[in-house]
Structures are given as structure tokens and as C-alpha cells.
Design a protein around this ligand. Structure first.
Ligand code: NI
Length: 285
């Protein structure tokens, strides 16, 4: 299976801390993020890139809440907001990264992770599997209630490069509807299991569902269970502005690694945002 293995290239040099240089830069960060969240902030220009003409925004959380129906997926409200078909990172020098968790929700590991995130006021993105969504709807609702983003990770976690279009359509639509039924929120992003997807599938999926395919820039290979300290050091060393970090919340040792990982990345001067919030920063700063 072809996966990105940036973490196989150890980086021995610690990255310098990222510092916010000017008041202008700070206010730009706030404007971009509050714009993405549809929160008014004086001095910010509202742009079409963050808020569409119906006042809906393309981000996680409350602003993403739908009408609770299980209607067929529709394209993102803010056309052009995520213009790319795929992201493995976002082009920005602003000090933000996205922490993403795949394959859950898990009945014990995901709630433990949510406690860790809540204690640090860190927002993350969960690429959930449809079978688990149906099994643990209360955890799904907690993820949304606590301000995180949910992405589509198919129903059965199969390799999409070996599926027909009809199979992929069933996988993505059924998972989309399960997520929306459990939470009232329609996912706006997807991640192909194993990162296995063709470029023509990316185009088709973006066109049909509006989903950009979200890959990653840092893979600690946590599913191989190398130990919490190894997972932490790989994630911390790999975290750079615009980065997308891959973790699996179905593995207990991966959760063990999170307090140290989050605290060390924060000490590098980076802050955590959801994937859709990170996409809002693409090409900015
Ligand atoms: Ni997965």
C-alpha cells in the first residue's frame, strides 16, 4: 500500500520556534480564523473566500450544522473555498497545524482523547469510519459538541483504488449520511483509507461530493505501535506551519502519546486548528 512516510526520514534538528512578529500579523491570524468561523471581529474584512453568499461557512462545528436531514450530499456552501482536489498540507507560514485522528470513533480511546483535547482547548479533526459511526453515535455527538471537525473515511475502510465507482459511491454516500444522521452535521472533507486514491478519483469525488481529499504531511506510523515517546517525537519534529498530522485514535498507545505531543507542539509556537480552518489559510501568510 502506498502511503506517505515522511516520518521514515528522521529529522534530528529541532525546528526553531515560530514567533508572531507583529501586531498586524496577529490580527491577520485572528481575522482569518474568525472569518472562517463567521465570527465578527472589528477591523477584519469579510471575504467571499471564507463566507459564502448565504452566510454559511465551510468549517467544522456550529457553522457546519445542517438541517439534520439525510439528503444526498451537496457541494460545499462556499464554492471555491477549498479549490484544490487534495491537500497533504497547506501553503502558509502562519503558525497553525491540523491534528487528525483516523478510523474511530473507539468506545474508550476516543473519549479519553477528547478529555485530553478539552483540557488543552485543542480542536482536532476526526476521519471516522461509517461502521463505528453507527455503533457510537453519542461519541460522534460529543466530538461535534466540543468543536471538532468530522471527515468521511468511508464505511468499510477498503482500498478505493480497487473499487468500482459504484462501490465508492456507496461507501462515501452511506458514511456521509450516517455522520449527518448521528450529528446533524454534514462532513465537508474526506480521507481515503490508507491514503490510497487515484488522481481521477480525487477529481470525481471533489466534483460529486465537494470533498477535497485530505492526506497528511506527517505520518508517525503509530499503528505499528512504536511506543508513545517515538510517536510524540515524530509528530513534534514533523510539525511545521500548514502541516496535517496523522494519528489513529483506535490505538491506546497513540492516545498515550497525545498529551506530550500536544504540549510540545504548542511549545514550538504552533497552534491547532481543524482541517477546514487550516484550508482557509491556504496561500495566506
Ligand atoms: Ni484509516
Amino acid at each position: 500500500m502506498k502511503v506517505t512516510r515522511l516520518s521514515d526520514k528522521p529529522k534530528h534538528r529541532r525546528q526553531p520556534p515560530f514567533t508572531v512578529k507583529t501586531v498586524t500579523q496577529i490580527s491577520q491570524h485572528l481575522c482569518i480564523l474568525t472569518g472562517a468561523l463567521a465570527l465578527p471581529l472589528s477591523g477584519c474584512k469579510t471575504t467571499q473566500s471564507s463566507v459564502d453568499n448565504r452566510g454559511e461557512v465551510y468549517v467544522a462545528g456550529a457553522s457546519q450544522r445542517g438541517n439534520g436531514s439525510t439528503a444526498a450530499p451537496r457541494p460545499p456552501a462556499a464554492a471555491g473555498y477549498a479549490p484544490k482536489e487534495s491537500y497533504s498540507k497547506v501553503q502558509t507560514s502562519l503558525p497553525f497545524v491540523a491534528l487528525t485522528f483516523d478510523d474511530g470513533p473507539h468506545p474508550s480511546n476516543t473519549p479519553r482523547l477528547l478529555d485530553i483535547l478539552k483540557a488543552r482547548d485543542v480542536k482536532a479533526t476526526f476521519f471516522v469510519v461509517g461502521t463505528n459511526v453507527k455503533r457510537y453515535p453519542n461519541i460522534m455527538r460529543r466530538i461535534i459538541a466540543e468543536g471538532h471537525e468530522i471527515g468521511n473515511h468511508t464505511v468499510s475502510h477498503g482500498n478505493m483504488t480497487k473499487m468500482s465507482s459504484a462501490q465508492i459511491e456507496r461507501e462515501l454516500t452511506t458514511a456521509h449520511q450516517s455522520i449527518q444522521a448521528a450529528t446533524g452535521v454534514a462532513p465537508r472533507i474526506m480521507r481515503p483509507p490508507y491514503g490510497a486514491i487515484t488522481s481521477s478519483q480525487k477529481s470525481w469525488i471533489k466534483q460529486k461530493w465537494g470533498y477535497p481529499s485530505i492526506m497528511w504531511s506527517v505520518d508517525p506510523q503509530d499503528w505499528k505501535k512504536p511506543g508513545a515517546s517515538v510517536v510524540t517525537s515524530r509528530l513534534v519534529n514533523g510539525a511545521k506551519p500548514g502541516g496535517i498530522l496523522l494519528v489513529h485514535d483506535i490505538h491506546s498507545p497513540s492516545i498515550d502519546a497525545m498529551p506530550g505531543t500536544i504540549d510540545q507542539i504548542l511549545r514550538k509556537g504552533l497552534q491547532f486548528v481543524t482541517v477546514s480552518q487550516l484550508i482557509a489559510l491556504d496561500g495566506k501568510g
